[in-house]
Design a protein around this ligand. Structure first.
Ligand code: ADP
Length: 583
């Protein structure tokens, strides 16, 4: 009975101890976990163990990789010397001890002097120095990640309890509690290391972010500056565009206005905001669009076009506007694509008025000149017959010069009047079906005498085309070209007059000579008024510089084109086209 009683008592005491142990352990663990700072954790551990065990000294001893070490936390009763901060030489802690602790060995020595303690003499002396009578040592193993085998454990240090007053018998409970605490410390160490790594990582990332931020800020500054410069330059461009007395617009490929300057408002009463994004048809109306469409399409096909129009502006007056469309071309590899076109419109009413006045003046003067010139011309002709008396040979020479120069003057006046009439549109071309061969033959017959005089042979080739033309004007064009060809050809040379079909619906007339030729840079300008390659031509060859300008007016009035090709000292060929009349 008594045996059972004893057993129950012992069991109850054991249960109580276990309960106490669990509670204590939980309490210490909680305290350790409350802190993230390793120093605080270690200090809590030693203080709590000292309190629970009523030990005289509890310390945590850290072991360095070179085998030396030092106590880094300590809880010691006031009557004993603190060991904290003392560096221990390696020999105090030999390699085989370290290896055993690393394997998890717990050393509980009840009496350091007892024979079964197995301590070396030097160690006993060392213990005496710190008045250690009994000690309980558990290793603190730290978990760490190794590249070779994942998770490993390493001996980080020792948790040591000293009894200094007297030897002490360490209980299993104390030993287990110490081990469990050492495990908690090990975990705390790993966590602290992780935290440190994390902090390092955070610091590194923060530094990188700061750097990136700095770069970003720099980039933003550069962009801001570029944007400000762009805004300034845009502002300047807008000022220029709005300050110019012309309409400036940009129209895209879909024929929508993308930009208009403010002149649109003052000239046409159309505000740029109203127009922006609108189709040309909507802005200009159906009829107007129908007219400008051909030019718009030409610009969008990559050609620069210029045309004139009379349009009523906001001031209520009709103005003559010159409109130019310049295609916006972009290179795409070898291809050139049209993105849209720039439209520039300027008011040329003043210039037109001056031109009209000038033309009227020329035409009036020419008319007024013609009557007296005709009478001078006929008087000279009568004098030249000798019916009114004979002249000395010198007098006859003077008469001849006067006759020649009057002839030239009559030609000039006639040419000026011709050009004037055709240009002003006052003459109506009387177009009808004409046999090309008839026109050629008539022109050749007219110029035959002049050709013979110059010793030039005229050649023609029979053709059978019918053109839609004003017979007289085309014969005038052909004789003009033939006259030039003869004038600028050397004696005994040939002049050809041909008609061919080089492109559908058009007949090309050609007047070809083997004369002095025309410099390449003059091939265009000679078609302008009073343009001669050599200014002495008018004197030497009796020209007026108006013949080709008249030819161009006539040909263009027929919907044809005129141009010249030439090689210096080899000859020139003049071409013009007329619409073919198909049966
Ligand atoms: P012009 O009355 O002076 O001949 P045109 O207008 O007919 O006036 O010709 C202008 C100029 O073009 C001439 O002065 C001459 O310099 C040049 N020209 C025209 N035809 C020829 C040609 N067949 N050969 C060389 N030069 C020519």
């Amino acid at each position: 009975m008594e045996g059972i009683h004893k057993f129950l008592k012992a069991a109850a005491e054991e249960l109580h101890r276990q309960h106490q142990r669990v509670e204590l352990f939980a309490e210490v663990t909680l305290k350790i976990r409350r802190s993230l700072h390793l120093k605080e954790i270690l200090q809590t551990a030693v203080t709590e163990v000292q309190r629970i065990f009523q030990a005289d000294r509890v310390l945590i001893y850290q072991i360095f990789t070179d085998g030396t070490g030092m106590p880094i936390s300590e809880a010691v009763l006031p009557n004993y010397d603190p060991i904290l901060g003392v560096t221990f030489p390696e020999e105090v802690f030999p390699e085989d001890y370290r290896q055993r602790y690393a394997a998890g060995r717990v050393q509980a020595i009840d009496d350091v002097r007892a024979a079964d303690a197995g301590l070396a003499e030097c160690l006993i002396a060392f213990m005496d120095e710190w008045s250690v009578k009994a000690k309980l040592v558990v290793p603190i193993l730290q978990n760490f990640k190794s590249h070779a085998d994942g998770n490993s454990e390493r001996l980080w240090g020792l948790l040591i309890a000293h009894q200094c007053q007297s030897p002490r018998q360490w209980t299993e409970f104390e030993s287990e509690l110490m081990q469990q605490l050492a495990d908690q410390i090990g975990i705390a160490l790993s966590q602290a290391e992780l935290l440190e790594n994390l902090e390092e990582l955070v610091a590194e990332r923060t530094a990188k972010l700061r750097q990136a931020n700095k770069h970003l800020q720099q980039e933003i500054n550069v962009r801001r500056k570029a944007e400000a410069a762009l805004r300034r330059s845009e502002e300047q461009l807008r000022l220029i565009a709005n300050g110019l007395p012309v309409l400036i617009a940009y129209v895209d490929k879909q024929q929508r206005y993308c930009f208009n300057n403010e002149a649109y408002q003052t000239w046409l009463g159309l505000s740029p905001a109203e127009i922006s994004g609108c189709h040309l048809k909507k802005v200009h109306g159906k009829d107007d669009y129908q007219y400008i469409r051909q030019y718009v399409e030409a610009a969008l096909s990559g050609k620069t076009v210029t045309y004139e129009r009379d349009i009523p502006l906001q001031d209520g007056c009709i103005h003559t506007l010159s409109i130019t469309y310049i295609p916006h071309l972009v290179e795409r590899g070898d291809l050139r694509a049209v993105r849209g076109f720039f439209a520039l419109t300027s008011d040329i009413s003043d210039r037109k008025a001056i031109e009209r006045m000038k033309d009227e003046f020329i035409s009036v003067v020419s008319h007024e000149l013609r009557t007296p010139l005709t009478s001078i011309h006929s008087s000279l002709k009568i004098l030249a017959t000798g019916k009114l008396g004979d002249f000395s040979s010198k007098g006859q020479r003077m008469l001849h010069i006067a006759d020649e120069q009057t002839d030239r003057l009559v030609r000039l006046v006639n040419n000026v009047l011709d050009l004037q009439r055709i240009q002003s549109g006052k003459v109506k071309m009387n177009k009808q079906a004409c046999n090309a061969m008839d026109l050629i033959v008539e022109a050749v017959q007219t110029m035959q005498a002049m050709a013979q005089e110059q010793g030039v042979k005229l050649l023609l080739k029979p053709v059978n085309f019918v053109v839609w033309a004003d017979r007289d004007y085309i014969v005038q064009t052909l004789t003009n070209l033939l006259s030039n060809a003869i004038k600028f050809s050397p004696p005994e040379s040939l002049v050809w007059l041909l008609a061919t079909q080089q492109r559908p619906q058009y007949i090309t007339f050609e007047v070809k000579d083997c004369g002095q030729g025309i410099p390449h840079n003059r091939l265009e300008t000679i078609f302008e008024r009073f343009q001669q390659v050599d200014s002495s031509d008018s004197r030497k060859k009796g020209g007026t510089g108006l013949g080709l300008a008249i030819c161009r007016q006539i040909v263009e009035g027929h919907g044809g084109e005129i141009w010249a090709e030439s090689r210096l000292d080899e000859g020139s060929t003049f071409y013009f086209t007329l619409p073919e009349l198909l049966e």
